[in-house]
Design a protein around this ligand. Structure first.
Ligand SMILES: Cc1cc2nc3c(=O)[nH]c(=O)nc-3n(C[C@H](O)[C@H](O)[C@H](O)COP(=O)(O)O)c2cc1C
Length: 171
C-alpha cells in the first residue's frame, strides 16, 4: 500500500466491534504519534489511553453519542501549552498544530493495521478537565475512538478538486 492508498483508506469510523484492541496495536499507533514532527521539536503532547469500560462510560458525558461510547478504546490527545513553541514575532502558539500532526500519524497508522478511528473535537472541554483531573496547562485537543470497524464498506471521499485548492506561484 503506498501513501496515497493509505490516506484514502483512512476515513471516519463511527461504529465499532466490541472486540478489544491488542496492546501491541495501540503501542504501534502511539509510536506513530511519538515520532511526528513538531515545531522546534518541542513535542508538546500527551496521550491518555482509555480502555477501562467504566471510564469510557464517563467519557460519554463529554461527547454524547452512542457510537462514541461503543468504542473499546478512546485516546485523548492533549496539548501542553507550557511546552509548545511560540513564534517570537507574534507569540503564535503552535501546540494545536503539533498535536494535530501527531494525531494524523496515529489515525493513519491505525488504518494501516485495520483499526478505525474518528477525530472528535466537538466535545465538552470542561467536563474533560474534570473527568481526567487534567492540569490547567494541558488542553484536550481531540478524542480519538479507536477499534475494529463494524462496517468496512468504503465511503467515497467528498473532497474539493485540486484546482480549487492550489495556487501556483502567486494569487
Ligand atoms: C479537527 C476535526 C474535528 C472533527 N470533529 C468531529 C466530531 O466532533 N465528531 C464527528 O463525528 N466527526 C468529527 N470529525 C470528522 C470529520 O467530520 C471527517 O473527518 C470529515 O467529514 C471527512 O470525512 P472522513 O474522515 O471520513 O474522510 C472531525 C474531523 C477533524 C479533522
Amino acid at each position: 500500500m503506498n501513501f496515497l492508498e493509505l490516506a484514502a483508506l483512512r476515513s471516519s469510523v463511527r461504529n465499532f466491534q466490541p472486540r478489544v484492541v491488542e496492546k501491541e496495536k495501540l503501542l504501534y499507533v502511539l509510536e506513530a504519534a511519538r515520532i511526528a514532527p513538531s515545531a522546534a521539536n518541542f513535542q508538546p503532547w500527551h496521550f491518555i489511553v482509555v480502555n477501562d469500560p467504566e471510564i469510557i462510560k464517563s467519557i460519554y458525558q463529554i461527547y454524547h453519542r452512542e457510537w462514541f461510547a461503543s468504542a473499546p478504546t478512546i485516546i485523548v490527545a492533549i496539548g501542553d501549552h507550557e511546552k509548545g513553541w511560540r513564534r517570537a514575532k507574534d507569540g503564535k502558539d503552535f501546540t494545536d498544530i503539533d498535536v494535530a500532526i501527531a494525531v494524523d500519524h496515529l489515525t493513519l497508522a491505525a488504518a494501516e493495521v485495520g483499526l478505525g478511528t474518528c477525530w472528535v473535537c466537538n466535545f465538552d472541554p470542561e467536563k474533560c478537565y474534570n473527568i481526567f483531573n487534567m492540569p490547567e496547562n494541558f488542553e484536550p485537543i481531540a478524542l480519538i475512538p479507536i477499534g475494529y470497524p463494524e462496517d468496512t464498506s468504503k465511503a467515497i471521499k467528498q473532497r474539493k478538486p485540486l484546482d480549487q485548492l492550489v495556487t501556483w506561484n502567486r494569487f
